[in-house]
Design a protein around this ligand. Structure first.
Ligand code: 26Y
Length: 860
């Protein structure tokens, strides 16, 4: 019977239209007469979701039946962006191209459903682009780490891996950034305002989660190693919300499970009976605060109790879910690590290690050491930073209060670990205190989460070669000594070419598929096919087409900027072909050195002014400092004073430079407010040059560098993070590197402590100008903290050390871009031709092979 009434996907535009209309009428309870763009977006998404759900169900069934190893990616952040356009690119219909050829241009061309839906929408009276614009970004992340998780789930599904993501369903994503009078102002991102068609509420999946309380071992057991009862405290429910994750050119649809906190229906009778009904309801309601908001810090740890609650809530719910699924198979516990791999995205989910140990010992009554062996084999940990201020530590008191049993287990883990260290390196008390999970240096003891993550995992990886080497010689040096170097490995980050090439840059994708004769876009799965492009790197006809695509994308960005700028154009469209778009978009952070960039802009401006003042003509100026627009974007953590000041400086400089008639339109500066994933899709394809200029050794990898290169932009960058491997892949002739190397950073910093840095002349002039109030006439001292940090506070990020080589390299950029366009285009083409390594598909394959030992489960 079930088979007779089998649900079916829509395969043609006809069938889509039918679906669409029924969703307008039934799901939205509206009619075509009052169906606006928002309703059309929702009906379209519901229809597409229906298709995905069919494949989602089949995928889950297949993965269960085949019983291969499952991978779980635990991440507190999934910076997904919009889902609809991505689904249109990835989604498969059931009918092959040959069957539908006539109605369905797309299935033969590029194999996506995008064109089919575009046509259908048009027939229904809508424009696809306008419909796509209705979708709010799912902005459940801060920056690189969260976007990496989003690229990973795309590649996991595309590679047919039985893999789920686990995260939190924040009601407020990363704040929306407004720029008011040049200052960042944060406004809440209540993204679920208009119901979210991409989530499936699983009301039947509710996991009770406990906090606080105490540990009970009254049944005669004294040892913390014995099964123990954790009793009492606060209880909340974790309810699952699932998002379908479609793979590209496969019917595999994986799952992203996000937990939502809800009050339990249990009632605290003591409170109830005391007559305080209203108060006890309010207290229950507070459960929901656990998943209310994403913490907006990027690479900076604050140690807030609610954040620890979020972490445990999410780890416990996910582990419970994973264990429940495992137990259905009836396999022995010893096989748990053969069935399951859990990847920890940074230390945020480290409590999952402790929770699994607790489940095995306290609930499943396994011997402590047998349990611990299972735990270690199950987990692997990815590190994303070497910076001290980003390493998580929780006060012992706080952790013990919230999770009393977990603290006991942590102490036991530490005890056994230190015993092993002592055996291997007898009497080395210094070593023991350096590697102890419990930091005992200060008055309040802290749990070092990174150490716990290393000790509880079988592999630890960094995210680019340089960074993976650095963790072995700096923060985790002792652990290499203890475990050997093999426990530590590298998996260089990647990005999904579906979103970051096909979706963000349809014009370039089309030119590529035509040129390499790949009408079905197979190159998006095998990026080595792009090397074909090298043949045309110097072909004048091809260069022209390549350049035309870039101009199209620059105009598209100019339109966006005009819209964001209240309808006033910033960029001179007439000269756009000869305007270098120089872009730095990423979180604002001193280590990423947006201050170096804006100081460089000020330097350029001062040079231009000086030429004019000493009698030079505007033509001469234009010859030396040709047309350029300098674009910034990115959010600062709300409490990060210096980062906010950098934003203000950029806006203040823009105000002065953009209104200086003397330099005409040769230089423009613009700060794009509220940088996010959907804006990145417009910004990235438009760059001629992008900046990745962190102090060497501080940026673990960077991923926007890969995005820009994939879109034919050249890079100016330091020898840091993945810039190193980008250089190796695309060739050193095709990248503009500058600055001190990471091996010199310590010494330079050390020296600055004893004498203030000697400022190179051009930098001194820049800082003097800033201090003169040239950009802050109301308040001359406004930017003093920025200039002082360089002049008097040790210049920790080495702006003074890298400034001259930065501006010299910028001169070189101008030279090539304006005097040798052919050379520029050649570099751009060769970059794309050799960017294949940075597909997240490659990255996921490396994880699967070297860390998870997991195999794809392919549809028939
Ligand atoms: C401790 C907590 C407040 C915290 C929250 C967010 C700590 C770190 C983060 C986010 C870190 C992050 O985004 N790191 C970036 O990860 C990218 C993906 O691996 C790297 O490309 C990038 O270099 C790194 O800064």
């Amino acid at each position: 019977l079930w088979n007779k009434h089998k649900v079916q996907k829509f395969n043609t535009s006809e069938e889509f239209e039918e679906k669409f209309i029924s969703h307008v009428e039934w799901t939205l309870a509206r009619s075509l007469y009052n169906c606006d763009d928002l309703a059309a977006y929702q009906a379209t998404s519901q229809s597409v979701r229906d298709n995905l759900v069919i494949d989602w169900n089949k995928t889950q069934q297949r993965q269960t039946v085949r019983g291969g190893k499952r991978v779980y990616y635990l991440s507190l952040e999934f910076l997904m962006g919009r889902a609809l356009d991505n689904a249109l690119i990835n989604m498969r219909t059931d009918t092959s191209a040959q069957d539908v050829g006539k109605t369905d241009q797309v299935l033969t061309k590029g194999n996506t459903s995008r064109e089919m839906i575009r046509q259908a929408m048009k027939d229904l009276g809508f424009k696809l682009e306008d419909i796509l614009e209705q979708e709010p970004d799912a902005a459940l992340g801060n920056g690189g780490l969260g976007r990496l998780a989003a690229c990973f789930v795309d590649s996991l599904a595309t590679g047919n891996f039985p893999a789920w993501g686990y995260g939190l369903r924040y009601q407020y994503g990363i704040f929306a950034q407004k720029i008011i009078n040049g200052y960042q102002v944060e406004t809440p991102d209540y993204w679920l305002n208009f119901s979210n068609p991409w989530e499936i509420e699983r009301a039947e999946i509710q996991v009770p989660i406990n906090f606080y309380g105490y540990v009970d071992r009254t049944n005669g057991e004294q040892s913390t190693l014995a099964p123990s009862d954790w009793i009492g405290g606060e209880r909340v429910l974790a309810m699952a919300h699932d998002m379908p994750i479609p793979g590209f050119k496969t019917s595999t649809v994986n799952n992203l499970r996000l937990w939502n906190a809800k009050p339990t229906t249990e009632f605290d009778f003591s409170k109830f009976n005391s007559g305080d009904y209203k108060n006890s309801v309010e207290q229950q309601q507070r459960a929901e605060s656990i998943t209310a908001v994403l913490y907006p810090n990027d690479n900076f740890e604050q140690g807030k109790e609610l954040r620890l609650k979020q972490q445990y809530f999410w780890c416990a719910a996910s582990l419970h879910d994973i264990v429940r699924r495992f137990k259905k198979n009836g396999r022995p516990w010893s096989e748990f690590p053969d069935a399951i791999a859990i990847q920890l995205n940074d230390t945020h989910p480290t409590l999952a290690i402790v929770e699994l140990q607790r489940i095995l010992v306290d609930l499943e009554k396994l011997d402590w050491h047998l349990a611990w062996d299972i735990v270690i084999k199950t987990f692997a940990y990815t590190n994303h930073t070497v910076m001290q201020e980003a390493l998580e530590k929780w006060p012992v008191g706080l952790l013990g209060h919230l999770l009393p049993r977990h603290l006991e287990i942590i102490f036991d883990i530490n005890w056994f670990f230190l015993q092993n260290v002592e055996k291997k390196f007898p009497h080395d008390m210094e070593l023991l205190s350096r590697v102890s999970i419990i930091e005992d240096a200060s008055s309040d003891r802290q749990v070092r989460m990174a150490f716990l993550a290393i000790i509880g995992s079988h592999k630890v990886n960094g995210v680019a070669e340089l960074h993976s080497d650095l963790i072995k010689t700096t923060i985790f040096q002792d652990f290499v000594k203890i475990y050997g170097a093999n426990k530590f490995t590298n998996v260089t980050n990647g990005i999904t070419p579906r979103r970051w090439l096909k979706q963000a840059n349809p014009k370039l994708a089309q030119l590529i598929s035509e040129t390499i004769n790949d009408p079905n876009d197979d190159y998006l799965l095998d990026m080595s096919k792009l090397t074909e492009l090298s043949k045309y790197a110097e072909d004048a006809g091809f260069q022209k087409k390549w350049n035309d695509v870039k101009q199209f994308n620059k105009l598209r960005l100019a339109d966006l900027i005009k819209r964001l700028n209240g309808g006033v154009d910033v960029i001179d469209r007439e000269h756009i072909r000869n305007t270098l778009f120089d872009i730095q978009v990423k979180r604002i952070h001193e280590y990423k050195r947006q201050q170096l960039n804006i100081f460089g802009v000020i330097h350029r401006y001062l040079e231009m002014k000086e030429m004019l003042q000493s009698g030079g003509s505007i033509e001469e100026v234009a010859n030396r400092y040709p047309r350029k627009v300098s674009i910034f974007g990115g959010k600062s953590a709300p409490g990060y004073y210096m980062a906010k000041l950098i934003i203000k400086l950029v806006n203040s400089v823009a105000e002065v430079v953009n209104n200086d008639a003397e330099i005409q339109d040769l230089l423009k500066v613009y700060f794009i407010p509220d940088y996010n994933v959907s804006k990145a899709e417009i910004i990235t394809p438009a760059s001629d040059l992008s900046e990745h200029i962190s102090t060497a050794g501080t940026e673990a990898s960077g991923t926007s560098n890969m995005k820009f290169v994939m879109n034919g932009g050249l890079i100016i960058g330091t020898v840091d993070g993945a810039n190193v491997e980008i250089t190796r892949e695309i060739g050193e002739d095709n990248i503009f590197l500058f600055g001190n190397l990471s091996e010199n950073v310590d010494e330079l910093r050390y020296n600055h402590q004893f004498h203030n840095p000697e400022l190179p002349k051009p930098l001194k002039r820049v800082l003097d100008t800033v201090e003169s109030g040239a950009f802050s006439p109301q308040n001359h001292h406004e930017f003093k903290p920025l200039t002082d940090s360089i002049k008097y506070h040790g210049d920790y990020y080495l702006v003074s050390d890298d400034f001259e080589s930065y501006i010299a390299t910028q001169d070189l950029v101008d030279e090539v871009y304006h005097k040798n366009k052919k050379e520029w285009l050649k570099k751009s083409i060769l970059s794309v031709a050799n960017v294949g390594f940075f597909s997240s598909d490659r990255c996921i394959e490396e994880y699967a092979e070297t860390i998870w030992n997991a195999e794809p489960v392919k549809p028939e």
